[in-house]
Design a protein around this ligand. Structure first.
Ligand SMILES: [Zn+2]
Length: 355
């Protein structure tokens, strides 16, 4: 079968690999639509860092690995012992690989697994191939009114959803989102679904400012022109925002974010930082602010996102800015995200396609 595999830095190959064998408790899926993620790009430009170069403790695999962890598809075949799924079922895949035995897993925090990995980054295949086999525990069924291409957006949307849930945001509270890229937008969509009526976004790129507005930001600030801290206070009764979601991951944005947060508010970090940053603990202490990291999503978040989409509370369709073929992933996918970043939110790769 055809697959897009990551071999190392700047080395992505569209190549022929064997069809994976179906085992007990697994299903074989024909991927339909697959999103390209910032972490895929990060690996391509500077990796392997997330992708293992020594055998991953759970999958036992190393690069080359098939990419694609944001995907939907149709079940083609079910393995021995699988009774709750059948061929033809439309699903999306929650790609976290966890060991079930470490301290985090025993507490139910599989996303914080000590050995965690991802389908599409750490082994077990990926969405950018004509077939994949996965355990049924990864599957989420798509309702009839949720098309397969929207199914491919559930993964990035679950990241924003989880961040908003962990922040303890409540309807009526005010927020600042740092960065208007795909994750910033997924945070905005989650906030809208939860009834936020004061979403402020700070973003440098003009195009991304427009995207943020389109997806529901109430105020969009340009940190190169606006005094973001001052504006957040003005817009929030002189107090600052309740929560800041950092989807930028740069020092200047973090500094602004901390000072834009009101007393007892929180800065939630979603960004994957490429450098070490500086935080002055006194800025947290004297205002009793929290700083919290969030990692992907936990079991249940996918279902909540699917339900919100199905109910019409989340409308992510316009996140899809480009649709390409499996053979075009490097040229029209990765290179477009590098050279035309501001005009793209989510590029979807059509593998099996369909709705
Ligand atoms: Zn674990």
């Amino acid at each position: 079968m055809k697959a897009v595999r990551f071999h190392g830095k700047n080395d992505l190959r569209f190549e022929e690999i064997p069809v994976p064998q179906l085992k007990k408790g697994q299903v074989k899926i024909r991927p339909a639509w697959v999103g390209i993620c910032g972490s895929d790009l990060h690996e391509y430009l500077g990796g392997p860092s997330l992708c293992p170069t020594t055998p991953h403790p759970i999958t036992g695999e190393t690069v080359p690995l098939t990419f694609g962890h944001e995907f939907s598809g149709t079940i083609e075949e079910v393995g021995e012992g699988v009774s709750d799924y059948k061929p033809g079922d439309r699903v999306c895949v929650q790609p976290i690989i966890y060991d079930s035995t470490c301290g985090s897993c025993l507490e139910g925090l599989h996303n914080c697994c000590w050995q965690n990995g991802f389908i599409g980054l750490s082994g077990w295949g990926g969405g950018l191939a004509e077939h994949i086999v996965v355990p049924t525990s990864t599957l989420y069924r798509l309702p009839d009114n949720v098309p397969l291409e929207i199914g491919a957006l559930v993964e990035p949307l679950a990241v924003g959803w989880h961040a908003v849930e962990l922040s303890q945001f409540k309807k009526g509270e005010s927020v600042l989102v740092l960065g208007g890229g795909p994750i910033g937008i997924s945070v905005i969509l989650a906030l809208k679904a939860k009834g936020a009526d004061k979403i402020i976004v700070s973003e440098v790129s003009r195009r991304r400012q427009d995207f943020a507005k389109k997806f529901g930001a109430h105020y969009v600030l340009d940190p190169t022109k606006d005094d973001v801290v001052k504006r957040c206070r003005e817009l929030c009764d002189g107090l600052g925002v309740h929560y800041v979601y950092d989807a930028a991951g740069v020092q200047a944005a973090l500094d602004v974010g901390i000072h834009a947060t009101r007393a007892r508010g929180a800065v939630i970090n979603i960004a994957i930082w490429e450098k070490t940053c500086t935080i002055t603990p006194n800025d947290l202490t004297f205002k009793e602010r929290r700083y919290q990291g969030v990692a992907t999503y936990q079991i249940g978040d996918f279902q909540k996102v699917i339900d919100a989409i199905s109910a019409g509370d989340m409308k992510p369709h316009e996140m899809i800015t480009s649709r390409i073929k499996l053979s075009e992933v490097e040229e029209k996918g990765f290179k477009a995200l590098i050279h035309d970043k501001d005009n793209q939110v989510k590029i979807l790769v059509e593998v099996g396609g369909g709705s």
